[in-house]
Design a protein around this ligand. Structure first.
Ligand code: GLC
Length: 659
């Protein structure tokens, strides 16, 4: 097998800057050994147009970046504030939290232009040869390539925490030994180097569909297990290779989604060459082959979260400092922060854009995406180098963080008291002072919820739209709200109280239920489109997913409730090996292995191992979660003075939860 690594890509043929389009066929291969971020004017290939290159400029004389010494702001401690000079009259437009208006300043634009145009299509001779990164990047790349093989011994003692101890010094149980063996077997090699893990390795599976691919979201627990065991190489390779995939155009029926999108998954393919030789290529799926053509919005968010975790756990910050990696973060952020028609600071997405990647009525502003978005914003702010080219982006990130956390804390939160409030809502309130801002009709409160909501505890609802609250409990979103501090400290504690109070419903025989309750009867027919895989209490529709265990463990440790995680892990440990590591379980209490569940599902295995290591060494959790950022609560950039005709909605909010 010849190993000139290549990416399998599709390109759009749209003229750019008046240049004629290059003639390519879909899925044509290119071989070159330069980085996509190389600025090479002689390139025969023309770059794709960058959507965010506008001609607008933000006139920056009303703003300054304030540098604070808050731990929440990481290395580049920056907090945006608006300083008004008496002569400058701010307009509401100037306060947009979107990046479009702010990032289109010359410097940020320059970075993106540099990294966008004249890119040569393909890159990876080997991931450690970054000779294509131009200019100032060279110095960094050298550093980065010198430390490319992050060895176990390098990772010991990082951040004052010995990461390897829990992984291999302690005596492992037979179950853990099997889990490690299976996880190692799931590793995918690309040109002789590990680059990820397959989604499932079920020998009895006659129709693996895309389960033989490396999924971005599925790889996260695998990555953490390896990192906790002191093995950084596979994670580093994964991060860099997926970054390369991000850089390329992808199309669905001649339409290209925004640049910065990360694929849902990728596969290493062998492509025949002349004279009976083969070569390996990476073939990404951005949703163009996925069932339902769903856009993987969560992939980029997970990539950023994992990038931060890699730095925190290994202590190797050179990776996140690389110019190409910094650009990758900016592209994802830019895509997420771009202006649209939306009225809310939460991210507007289509159905199935996350772990639940089929129609389940979660289009709009699903909690899972908001929690991952918030985490990714915080991780990005911590990792981005603040300089002239990024200061507007950092400002936009801060503004969005602040608006988003207010929105979720205030409007997504429900407990018994809040449900009673909604129950008594007046409707059709037209004013800035409306209590029932989204015109929720009280009849919408589902009957199950009236009985179900415990006196202690509460949770963040699944989705919020005009006249619509999705009251289902979605586990991943609630857990990540705890982990990232999207919820207030009080709310975060209350979510775990609710899980404890509703143990049989959310943990049952197998942790944890993906959402509660299931859609049944007419609702199932209308909302899922009669999906035979998402029948009530199966798969995404109220099935139980053991991979959620590591996120639960992390949330419990953060909130000082490790005993809950221990109980859940013990339950899972009793069954996972005997049941051959299923992807999911069915029935209201998770009693049976899922109807169409894959066996030997990698993120089930890795999630179990990661949970075991976290319980063994709870201090590892602090490398992954984010504490409350009190500075964010201070930011309010809406520009509406309290005495004016219109009131700042935050001021008008009657909530008592923002403590
Ligand atoms: C299913 C799941 C998705 C997962 C994929 C691979 O499509 O819904 O979340 O990433 O399988 O395991």
């Amino acid at each position: 097998m010849k190993c000139r690594s290549r990416l399998l890509i599709a390109r759009r043929t749209v003229p750019f800057f008046g240049l004629p389009p290059p003639k390519f066929h879909h899925h044509q291969h290119f071989t070159t050994n330069v980085s996509p971020f190389n600025l090479d004017q002689t390139s025969q290939f023309h770059a794709y147009p960058l959507r965010f290159l506008g001609s607008q400029r933000f006139s920056g004389n009303t703003q300054k970046i304030w540098f604070l010494s808050s731990p929440g702001f990481g290395r580049s401690v920056a907090l945006s504030r608006h300083i008004f000079e008496s002569r400058v009259v701010p307009t509401v437009r100037d306060f947009s939290t979107s990046v479009e208006t702010r990032v289109n300043d010359a410097k940020f634009e320059k970075i993106l232009v540099q990294n966008g145009i004249n890119v040569k299509p393909l890159v990876v001779e080997r991931i450690d040869k970054d000779e294509g990164i131009a200019g100032e990047a060279d110095a960094r790349v050298e550093v980065a390539s010198n430390d490319k093989d992050v060895k176990k011994e390098d990772l010991e003692g990082v951040n004052g925490i010995s990461v390897t101890e829990s992984g291999d010094k302690r005596k492992q149980s037979e179950i853990e030994k099997e889990a490690w063996r299976l996880l190692e077997n799931a590793v995918v090699m690309y040109c002789g180097s590990p680059v990820g893990t397959v989604a499932a390795n079920d020998p009895g599976d006659k129709q693996p569909l895309n389960y033989d691919q490396v999924f971005i979201r599925d790889f996260v627990p695998s990555a953490l297990a390896f990192l906790f065991r002191g093995e950084g190489e596979v994670v580093r390779n994964f991060l860099l290779h997926t970054l390369q995939l991000q850089s390329w155009e992808r199309t669905v029926d001649c339409y290209s989604p925004g640049q910065g999108l990360m694929p849902a998954s990728f596969k290493v393919r062998s492509v025949p060459l002349d004279d009976n030789k083969f070569e390996e290529v990476l073939d990404p799926d951005f949703g163009e082959s996925a069932i339902g053509r769903v856009a993987p919005v969560d992939s980029g968010l997970w990539w950023i979260i994992l990038l931060r975790a890699y730095g925190k756990i290994t202590g190797d910050y050179t990776l996140q400092e690389r110019v190409d990696v910094q650009t990758g973060i900016k592209l994802i952020m830019n895509l997420c922060l771009s202006d649209g028609f939306d009225m809310f600071p939460s991210l507007l997405v289509t159905d199935g854009s996350c772990m639940i990647d089929r129609r389940m009525g979660i289009h709009g502003h699903p909690l899972e995406i908001q929690a991952l978005f918030y985490s990714a914003l915080r991780c990005s702010r911590e990792m981005l180098d603040v300089n002239d080219g990024s200061q507007n982006l950092v400002r936009a990130i801060n503004n969005r963080l602040s608006a988003l956390s207010f929105h979720i804390r205030e409007y997504y939160w429900v407990d018994m008291k809040k449900i009673n409030e909604i129950y008594r809502y007046k409707t059709e309130e037209y004013s800035m002072d409306a209590t029932n801002k989204f015109n929720i009709y009280p009849e919408q409160i589902p009957s199950w919820l009236m009985d179900w909501i415990p006196e202690e505890g509460g949770y963040l609802i699944g989705n919020l739209q005009p006249a619509h609250m999705d009251f289902r409990f979605f586990t991943l979103g609630n857990l990540w709200s705890i982990v990232s501090s999207l919820g207030t400290p009080k709310q975060n504690g209350a979510i775990l109280n609710l899980i404890e109070a509703k143990w049989d419903d959310i943990i049952g025989h197998m942790p944890l239920k993906i959402c509660y309750p299931a859609l049944e009867y007419e609702e199932w027919r209308i909302i899922t489109g009669s999906d035979p895989k998402n029948t009530p209490w199966s798969y995404h529709n109220g099935g139980s997913w053991p991979t959620l265990l590591w996120q639960f463990t992390l949330a419990c440790i953060k909130m000082g409730r490790i005993e809950l995680a221990q109980k859940a892990v013990a339950l899972a440990e009793k069954r996972l090996q005997i049941d051959r590591w299923p992807e999911y379980y069915d029935t209201p209490t998770g009693k049976f292995i899922g109807k169409q569940s894959r066996l030997y599902q990698t993120w089930t295995i890795a999630g179990f191992l990661t949970s075991k290591m976290l319980i063994e060494k709870p201090e590892l959790a602090s490398l992954l979660f984010l504490e409350e950022d009190y500075d964010l609560l201070e930011i309010c950039v809406c520009g509406l003075s309290k005495g004016g005709r219109k009131k700042c909605s935050r001021g008008a909010a009657k909530s008592q939860i923002l403590v």
